[in-house]
Design a protein around this ligand. Structure first.
Ligand code: CP
Ligand code: NVA
Length: 311
């Protein structure tokens, strides 16, 4: 296994199954140590992470900033438009410059291509903090949470309801395939996951025993599920399509009835922020099956592990 130091994490597919497990195992160490009072573990003393945002963020921004500080390092956070990027300085020139100041960059962008370009020109690690295609740091927290709650990942069935071409869904599919889980995406016609993502997932699934399927029927996806997962129907940047998406995705809302079709001990997950009353109703997200706050907390532990390994 190649070391993770110096690597980029733009897609879940950038790491193989052993590498993903390494992040999850280190996340467990960091979490255990945090709970026994050792929140500050200064393995990144003197190191700096730059955070760049083209879109709003609560969890990603705060968990990365806190993670870096708890590892003894620093962060610089800026919106894309307040950098010279907003005035047309190229991504390549920005990458070359920032690499002289900081040790890693995490960026949240509209176009996944911009991240690929940033990584191409930055000799330091570049992390995807969400793009239109993927949300790979979210998938780390998601599968860490599943491992924590279910005691295993291999063979666990995850049902994702909603937009199958969603960034969070794409990263979940790749992580499930890499870690040997079973994932069933319930989505209407026209919302299938990216064929490129499905191809990588299917290749990985062959060696891990994972299964990846796309179905139209909610009950078919949720039957026997250990995890019921959903995300917003209208992602950041898709506001113009909001009316159409809400209309077409509303049969995929997670209600109590949907949860009752899953295994009796099934958990409900959501990357957050939630649009309550749309993709999920209050009684589910606030109900006994919901683990969304632990899931949000786990962003911190998993990103500490990721940063410690990359930087
Ligand atoms: N789940 C997630 O990435 O949340 P934020 O948009 O608040 O960062
Ligand atoms: N799919 C959502 C995820 C937010 C964390 C979005 O892109 O807006």
């Amino acid at each position: 296994m190649r070391g993770l130091r110096g690597r980029d994490y733009i897609s879940v597919a950038d790491f193989n199954s052993n590498e993903l497990w390494r992040v999850l195992e280190l996340s467990r160490d960091f979490k255990l140590r945090a709970y026994s009072g050792e929140r500050v573990i200064p393995v990144l003393q003197g190191r700096t992470l730059m955070l760049i945002f083209q879109k709003p963020s609560t969890r990603t921004r705060v968990s990365f900033e806190v993670a870096m500080k708890q590892l003894g390092g620093f962060t610089v956070t800026a919106n894309w438009t307040e950098l010279q990027l907003g005035r047309g300085e190229t991504i390549a020139d920005t990458a070359r410059t920032l690499s002289r100041y900081v040790d890693g960059i995490a960026a949240r962008v509209y176009s996944h291509r911009d991240l690929v370009e940033l990584a191409e020109y930055a000799p330091i690690p570049v992390v995807n903090a969400l793009s239109d295609l993927e949300h790979p740091v979210q998938a780390l927290a998601d599968f860490f949470t599943i491992w924590e709650k279910k005691g295993r990942i291999a063979g666990v069935k995850v049902a994702f309801l909603g937009d199958g071409a969603d960034n969070v869904a794409h990263s979940l599919i790749l992580a499930a395939a890499s870690l040997g889980a079973r994932i069933s995406i319930a989505t209407p016609k026209g919302y299938d996951p990216s064929p490129k993502i499905m191809k990588i997932a299917e290749e990985r699934a062959r060696s891990t025993g994972a299964t990846v399927e796309v179905v139209r029927d909610v009950e078919e996806a949720v039957r026997g599920a250990d995890v019921v997962y959903t995300d917003v129907w209208v992602s950041m940047g898709q506001e113009a399509e909001a009316e159409k998406k809400i209309r077409e995705l509303s049969p995929y809302r997670v209600t109590r009835e949907v949860i009752s079709m899953a295994k009796p001990d099934a958990i409900f997950m959501h990357c957050l922020p939630a649009k309550r009353g749309y993709e999920v109703v209050d009684e589910v997200i606030d109900g006994a099956a919901s683990v969304v706050w632990d899931q949000a907390e786990n962003r911190l532990h998993t990103q500490k592990a990721l940063l410690a390994l990359l930087l």
